[in-house]
Write a protein that binds this ligand. Structure first.
Ligand code: FAD
Length: 409
């Protein structure tokens, strides 16, 4: 017979959102019995990978062993979740263990669907094909940037949703800036091929970004989706409104298509999109009140970012405890997400916005005007935010993340 275990709260996914939520719960109620289901021994600060690809960070500063970030008092179940049975308050794991819960938090992130681009997996990490979306590949981005003196560099962006929608551009601007510094940018033809129809989804940031597109001489190709890569021949194929276009490249930075984790999409918890079907304000499941979804796996229409998870975790903690006590959710999420666009080494356009593209700056505009490149924002990304992540967010210290309590109806 399969093993059966029971916990007050089960959290599926011990990434950024899962660990932060566990810490926020324990901060509010230290006696809780929480289990985190997380198969990986490795935990990453993924926003740092842009800096690795830009030659600013060494890859290991973005990595810690999962064991070292697990909150004290939590039971870590080193397994992958396989199926959900929310009608019975149960999760089944890949080894057949069945966990029973009073409350379930679902935070297994988003899946990178590399296989959707023909030929890509065979050539990643060689033949000039790279991606900052993988820990082991981000250093190869910087190696390619350092070595390239002339030719064509293509940066691709797949259809939404993706985590950190600015990351494809960030890789490009930092590469261009390095080539500019070395005096070779004029010999490199740079193309940004984006499936979407706009440079960035929130218009307020587009003018400042366009200044960089022009400064670096980037050829902007919108409505262009990478569908195949022939690494040895160095040819990339894109689908456009006019049909297929093939482009030779010397460097290709790929951002993969991204989808809901399959086991979530296949479960009764899924929305039509495949993500966990939650109320976008409370993050409570729309059919199962004792289930919450957060982080990249949630169906909320926010920008999928670490910054969003930082805000969501305390809100979910408040709401989940209210439900555990038989009360309605207390706190609302405004859709906050943030994307620090590294437009050059030393300067960032700090996009911070919520639902409907509403600008939600964390700082007064005299300190940081997010719609303009700023040195202080670079300091934030390169020094302050990684520190806040490891020492604040993962530890239940809710800096820059106080939950908004719902007003009484
Ligand atoms: P993750 O942190 O990805 O964690 C998901 C966890 O679930 C993983 O540990 C995984 O092992 C686990 N899991 C998967 N399947 C299962 C299963 N079956 N059972 C149990 N566990 C499972 N955000 C920003 O705010 N600012 C940035 O500048 C920024 N830049 C980025 C740059 C890059 C290149 C990338 C890749 C991301 C960037 N992000 C940025 C986005 C940010 O990293 C993510 O939005 C954030 O990590 C989401 O947290 P999460 O917990 O939802 O997912």
């Amino acid at each position: 017979m399969a093993n059966s275990l029971s916990h007050d709260i089960v959290i599926v996914g011990g990434g950024s959102a899962g660990i932060a939520a566990a810490s926020s719960l324990l901060k509010r109620r230290p006696s809780l019995d929480i289990a985190i289901v997380e198969p990986s021994e490795d935990h990453y600060y993924q926003p740092g990978w842009t800096m690795v690809g830009g030659g600013v960070f060494e890859a290991p500063v973005t990595h810690r062993r999962t064991a070292t970030v697990m909150p004290k008092g939590v039971v870590w179940i080193k397994q992958a979740a396989a199926t959900f049975q929310p009608d019975n308050n149960q999760v089944s794991l890949q080894d057949g263990t069945v966990l029973t819960y009073e409350l379930l938090l679902v935070a297994p992130g988003i899946r990178l669907a590399w296989e959707q681009i023909e030929g890509l997996e065979d050539t990643l990490g060689k033949n000039g094909v790279t991606s900052n979306y993988r820990y082991d590949l981000a250093p190869y981005t910087w190696e390619l940037v350092r070595k390239l003196k002339s030719g064509r560099a293509i940066f691709s962006q797949p259809p939404m949703p993706i985590k950190c929608a600015g990351a494809p551009q960030k890789a490009m601007y930092l590469s261009c800036n390095a080539w500019e510094d070395r005096g070779v940018l004029g010999d490199i033809e740079v193309e940004f091929r984006n499936s979407g129809g706009v440079l960035f989804g929130v218009e307020a940031y587009v003018p400042a970004l366009m200044e960089y597109v022009e400064r670096y001489g980037i050829h902007l190709k919108l409505g262009s989706t990478l569908v195949a890569v022939d690494g040895p021949a160095r040819i990339a194929t894109f689908q456009t409104a006019e049909g297929e276009v093939t482009r030779r490249f010397d460097m290709l930075h790929v951002v993969p298509p991204q989808v809901a984790p399959q086991f979530v999409a296949d479960s009764p918890l899924a929305a039509e999109s495949g993500f966990v079907d939650v109320d976008q304000f409370t993050m409570q499941h729309v059919r199962y009140p004792n289930v919450f979804g957060l982080g990249d796996a949630g169906s909320m229409p926010n920008a999928k970012t670490m910054a969003a998870a930082r805000k969501q975790a305390p809100i979910v903690a408040c709401n989940a405890l209210a439900v555990l006590d038989g009360k309605p959710p207390l706190a609302d999420y405004d859709g906050y997400g943030s994307c620090p666009l590294t437009v050059e080494r030393g300067k960032i356009i700090l996009a911070e916005f919520g639902y409907g593209g509403k600008l939600l700056p964390s700082f007064p505009s005299w300190l940081i005007n997010g719609t303009r490149p700023a040195r202080l924002s670079w300091l934030l990304k390169s020094e302050i935010l990684p520190w806040v992540y490891w020492n604040g967010m993962l530890k239940g210290r809710e800096w820059l993340a106080k939950p908004h309590e719902r007003r009484a109806a």
